[in-house]
Each structure stands twice: as C-alpha cells, then as structure tokens.
Write a protein that binds this ligand. Structure first.
Ligand code: PRP
Ligand code: ADE
Length: 172
C-alpha cells in the first residue's frame, strides 16, 4: 500500500480524551495489514543506520518500535508509564496536551555510549519524546533521532526537540 493511503487510515476523533482535543487514533492503521506494513517500512527507513537499539514509548510506540525493530534487526527499550516496572533505572516527569505524565526506563536495557533511536506514534507538544530523550541521555545513551508517524505541527513539538533529528511520516 502507498504510504499516503496508509496514513489516511488514521482516524480523527474530536473531543477525546477531553473537549477541544482532536485525537488522532491509529487503531485502524494498526489493524490493516498492508497499512501497518507500509508505515513500518517507512519508519524503518528513518532510523539512523548507526543505531544500536530502538526506544518505544508506551503504549502505541511499543507496537511501532517492535515492528521496526524486527524489520531492522534491532532490539527495543520499553519506555514505560509509572508503576509497571519492577526495576526502574530512571524517571522523568512531563506535561502532556491533556494532563501530566512520567516515563520510566527499565534497569538493564541500555549501556552507556549506545546509540538509540526513539519511536512514537504522535508528536504533539513534544513532552513525551523530550522526556524520553532526557531519560536516555541521563543513562549516558546517545539519541540518534526521533521518528514518529504523525506530527501535530500546531502544538510545537519540534521546537521542544530543537537540535535533534526529527522525522515525521505526516505533518498535520
Ligand atoms: O507530544 P506529546 O504532547 O507528549 O504527546 C504525544 C504522546 O501522547 C500520546 O500518548 P498517551 O500518553 O496518550 O499514551 P498511549 O500511547 O498509552 O495511549 C502519544 O502516543 C504520544 O506518546
Ligand atoms: N491529539 C492527539 N492525538 C493522539 N495522540 C496524542 N497525544 C497527544 N495529543 C494527541
């Protein structure tokens, strides 16, 4: 499937999870075999050839990182929401478009000096990905870049990530 057609499978849902938010729902894209493959292949092409590992952000980022990791022969560091990990190597708090959140890095998944590419579904305010990059850099890892399926340009995420390589398959 053509990438544009695959990205058209993303549904726009008004007023979720709260009034005024236009939620970009990737569920129909994930459920479509050809669409999921087209997006996985395109994202895989954005990952720095020198990357040693991928970092996927819970929850939708896990699917993308797992698929791209398989395609590229790379493992995945699972960047998790609080309360899920038995051993936490680090945590960073941040503000979301709708609320506040924290990301945590499991113990024993990254080594200092490793080159890690960050993957997520949506870049909105950039809080999640910026916190993820900080989490990794606190662990002395080098972030090679950030790849997302969709960037919501009006929310300014790219400016929070200034100086980083940010690849988005679609900018809305
Ligand atoms: O750029 P930001 O403003 O930080 O927003 C983007 C983040 O918001 C969504 O995650 P959400 O917290 O809704 O989690 P989910 O993937 O578990 O549904 C999305 O999957 C990104 O991780
Ligand atoms: N509008 C939105 N749609 C989907 N995920 C999001 N994460 C933050 N804002 C979002």
């Amino acid at each position: 499937m053509e990438l544009d057609k695959a990205l058209d499978l993303i549904a726009d849902v008004p007023d979720f999870p709260e009034p005024g938010v236009l939620f970009r729902d990737l569920s129909p894209l994930f459920a479509d075999a050809a669409g999921f493959k087209a997006v996985t292949d395109a994202l895989a092409d954005t990952v720095d050839p020198g990357a040693d590992l991928l970092a996927g952000v819970e929850a939708r980022g896990f699917l993308l990182a797992a698929a791209v990791g398989y395609a590229r022969g790379l493992g995945v560091a699972l960047i998790r929401k609080p309360g899920k990990l038995p051993r936490v190597a680090g945590r960073v708090g941040y503000t979301l478009e709708y609320g506040t959140a924290t990301v945590e890095l499991p113990e024993g998944v990254v080594l200092p000096g490793q080159r890690v590419a960050v993957l997520d579904d949506v870049l909105a305010t950039g809080g999640t990905v910026a916190a993820t990059c900080k989490l990794l850099e606190d662990a002395k890892v080098q972030v090679t870049g950030v790849s997302v399926v969709m960037e919501l340009g009006a929310l300014g995420g790219r400016s929070v990530l200034e100086g980083r390589r940010v690849e988005a398959l679609r900018v809305c």
